[in-house]
Design a protein around this ligand. Structure first.
Ligand code: ZN
Length: 236
């Protein structure tokens, strides 16, 4: 087997991206390296989307080592399937619950999610993509719920509703793992459903008792400008 390294710079002229990232890595080394090398004891497991705008560590102003993070397209949790397959989310979940003994799991959805948009618009089955369609199909039950409740809605409204339903679906799927269910039942583990509204800046939390999302952190204020629409409890 041979490896081909793409030459991205001439000697003495570092590639701009490499320069930017390695400059950041040097700052990280000075600030955090010493505190991280002896192991991890994260505060929580967070399951979030790959979207470059929704990094849970940055969004919550946490430090390296604070959060054990699983990111995938549309923050999905496939249900428990002990079939010997290559289940990346399940493996991370198992490690966090059984080995790191996290006491909280946060599913963090977000607005303007490309994965959910593909599912809602039906473009997940486009000819050029091989993996997006089968993956986001994990959330099809959420889409079916939205179709039932909002038969006349446009794609934009259905996408938002589906993003919120999908957080609930991921929470439900977490409970299909028997060792998650038992930990929750015994009070050793709490599940949280969050939704970052990229349009208003709000962070919403799912209230399972009343089946609504409520603001956990209100909208962002930039001077006198107010972004987005009115904050209120939202069913879904
Ligand atoms: Zn997303």
């Amino acid at each position: 087997m041979s490896f081909h390294i793409i030459r991205t710079h001439r000697p003495g002229h570092q590639h701009p991206l490499v320069f930017r990232l390695t400059s950041g890595f040097r700052r990280f080394q000075h600030r955090w390296f010493q505190s991280l090398k002896n192991g991890q004891n994260p505060l929580a497991l967070v399951i979030a989307c790959c979207d470059s705008r929704v990094d849970p560590v940055l969004l919550t102003d946490c430090r390296p080592g604070d959060l054990f993070v699983v990111r995938n397209v549309a923050n999905l949790v496939p249900p428990y399937a002990p079939d010997g397959g290559r289940h990346g989310v399940s493996a991370a979940l198992e490690y966090a619950v059984k080995h790191l003994c996290v006491q909280d799991i946060i599913v963090m959805g977000h607005a303007c999610c490309g994965g959910i948009h593909a599912l809602v618009s039906g473009t997940e089955d486009s000819a050029q993509d091989e993996f997006i369609g089968p993956w986001v199909d994990v959330a099809r039950h959420a889409l079916e719920k939205v179709h039932e409740a909002m038969p006349g809605a446009d794609d934009s409204d259905r996408a938002r509703a589906c993003e919120l339903w999908n957080v609930r679906l991921s929470l439900d799927n977490l409970l299909t793992f028997p060792w998650v269910k038992s930990a929750v039942d015994e009070g050793r583990l709490s599940l949280h459903g969050w939704y970052f509204d990229l349009q208003s800046g709000e962070l919403l939390e799912y209230d399972a008792e009343h089946q609504v999302f409520r603001p956990l952190v209100g909208r962002v204020h930039l001077g006198s400008a107010r972004l987005g629409q009115t904050a209120s409890s939202r069913r879904w």
